[in-house]
Design a protein around this ligand. Structure first.
Ligand code: NAP
Length: 251
């Protein structure tokens, strides 16, 4: 890629072994960054690092984003290897899609643990490594904008992630670090694979989107790269909805 917006920079992508995280890792590598990716499943993470095919410009660190101890170890590894972190994409997330009546305490704790506690401590623990000009992007969701059946706890955690981006932007302003969030719509990833949906349901979902289709992980990666780059130097505390018009344009 001609664009080298991240040459000489280091980026961390949590949940970088799949979907939007993996696509963003690839995009940042293509634009010159050294990239650290994480995930819980060490085998899948290693396969992703191999697929990225960028030699020692990719570092895979297995760990649980919901575990402050794992995050401490991750940040120590990054500090040793790179001494700083220019870009953080706090992307790792999980979804439990059930009616509220069927949500168990374990479902609740798992979703809140990864999507809220995990995002909070990922950013908190990265702060000491972020230099002036550093950028954080948090992966929220279009669901923050809607009441959506089956998504009670998930949507609440994404609303929290959305708000955390604003709070961190305010708290990190004096350090010269920008914090934004992205809110993807229906994106075809292993979390929400279009091909696994019944054909009629997939068609109904596509019909709600002005673009008439699901989004690709690479389309989210392009937006994350923009927000993380100097091209977005005056964009702060914002949420960028990447949904083909699902939320705002009636199809
Ligand atoms: N797909 C959509 O339509 C959609 C729409 C809006 C927002 N989102 C959000 O986008 C983000 C990425 O989703 P995706 O669709 O790209 O999903 P995905 O393909 O399932 O990827 C999720 C990634 O997060 C990692 N992960 C999950 N729990 C983790 C944990 N506790 N610690 C560390 N890593 C963890 C997974 O690896 P391991 O399982 O090995 O840990 C994987 O690398 C999520 O925050 C999701 O909520 C998705």
């Amino acid at each position: 890629m001609d664009n080298e917006r991240f040459a000489g920079k280091t980026a961390l992508v949590t949940g970088g072994s799949s979907g939007m995280g993996l696509a963003t890792a690839r995009r940042l590598l293509d634009e010159g960054a050294d990239v650290v990716i994480t995930g819980r499943d060490a085998g899948r993470l290693e396969r992703a690092a191999k697929e990225l095919d960028a030699g020692d410009r990719v570092l895979a660190v297995a760990g649980d984003a919901a575990s402050p101890a794992d995050l401490d170890a991750l940040m120590a590894t990054i500090a040793d290897r790179h001494g700083r972190l220019d870009v953080l994409f706090a992307n790792a997330g999980v979804g439990t899609f059930k009616r509220a009546a069927d949500i168990t305490e374990a479902d609740f704790d798992h979703t809140v643990g990864v999507n809220l506690k995990g995002v909070f401590f990922t950013v908190q623990k990265a702060v000491p490594l972020l230099p002036r000009g550093g950028a954080v992007v948090i992966n929220a969701s279009w669901t923050t904008n809607r009441g959506l059946p089956l998504a009670s706890v998930y949507s609440a955690t994404k609303a929290a992630a959305h708000n955390l981006a604003r709070t961190f932007a305010a708290e990190l302003a004096d350090r010269g670090v920008r914090v934004n969030s992205v809110s993807p719509g229906y994106i075809d990833t292993p979390m929400y694979p279009e091909a696994a949906l019944p054909a009629e349901e997939a068609a109904a979902l596509r019909a709600r989107v002005a673009a008439g289709r699901f989004g690709r992980p690479e389309e989210v990666a392009a937006a994350v790269a923009f927000l993380a780059s100097a091209d977005a130097s005056y964009v702060n505390a914002q949420d960028l909805v990447i949904d083909g018009g699902l939320v705002a344009a009636a199809a």
